[in-house]
Design a protein around this ligand. Structure first.
Ligand SMILES: [Fe+2]
Ligand SMILES: [Fe+2]
Length: 265
């Protein structure tokens, strides 16, 4: 019987220096393997799916994240067992550790929107096993259970944004969609207070999500998914009724060109 430690997780008792187990089944586990630096740069989440011993690393992160994330992966699995890296989009906070990962294992499969396959070579000089995701998505069957579905989320914020749905857990990894930035910069893996969370999300979403049409199109794609959690690349994870609340909130928030240019009129 699968259990989801994420559902009872609290920020108070969480040790961010360790990998944090979010989902646990016999052949399928999910961990938060992010690093909080407390530095100037934006704090990021990285996630590891382990299926039958095979590893899938989502949002590998900046150049300085390679070693600490490698250590965290080795605490719960084996970094050598990682077969796929997933990049939600082309930004450096997502991709800058790619050269280190390829130096570690040149056979890694790199799953990314087809739009970025011609840009990522600017990060390094390796021959890369790309698995390009086109606008109609990409499905990766898992050996033990379920599948990983990659869905295109164009212009949220990147023209080639990709979100990843893990069918076994119902976890939806959304990249910058759902990001939150609290002013006090304290680490939060889950939401303590919805009203405070809305404040922490609003500015980022209004500036980075490109338009209300892009949001509406994306939400339409989620309709048939049984989502148990939304896991963004920055800030707290959404669980239970917070998922519907988020979908309702983002569906009504003026964003991007619809917000910025309307404000200028
Ligand atoms: Fe980004
Ligand atoms: Fe980001």
């Amino acid at each position: 019987m699968p259990i989801s430690p994420l559902m009872s997780l609290s920020n108070k008792d969480t040790d961010y220096t360790q990998p944090i187990k979010l989902y646990d089944d016999v052949h399928h586990q999910i961990y938060w393997v992010g690093i909080y630096t407390g530095g100037e740069e934006i704090e990021c989440n990285s996630y590891l799916i382990v299926n039958g011993g095979e590893g899938f690393l989502l949002e590998p992160g900046g150049y300085d994240r390679f070693s600490p994330i490698l250590d965290k992966v080795n605490q719960v699995s084996s970094a050598e067992a990682i077969t796929h890296l997933f990049f939600s989009h082309q930004d450096p906070d997502v991709c800058a550790s790619l050269p280190s990962w390829l130096e570690f294992n040149p056979n890694l499969n790199v799953v990314v929107s087809h739009l970025w396959v011609r840009f990522l070579p600017h990060y390094m000089a390796y021959n890369v096993n790309y698995m390009p995701m086109r606008d109609d998505g990409l499905v990766i069957d898992l050996h033990q259970e379920g599948e990983i579905q990659c869905l295109a989320a164009p212009y949220l914020h990147s023209p080639g944004s990709m979100v990843v749905f893990d069918s076994a857990s119902g976890f939806l990894f959304t990249g910058d969609i759902g990001a939150s930035l609290y002013r006090d910069a304290k680490p939060r893996l889950v939401i303590d207070d919805w009203n405070a969370h809305v404040v922490a999300m609003k500015g980022f979403h209004q500036r980075y999500m490109s338009s209300n049409q892009a949001v509406t199109g994306f939400l339409e794609k989620l309709k048939d998914l049984e989502i148990k959690a939304i896991l963004p690349q920055h800030g707290a994870i959404f669980r239970g009724e917070e998922i519907e609340r988020y979908i309702d909130w983002i569906g009504h928030l003026p964003v991007g060109v619809d917000y910025l240019y309307a404000a200028e009129r």
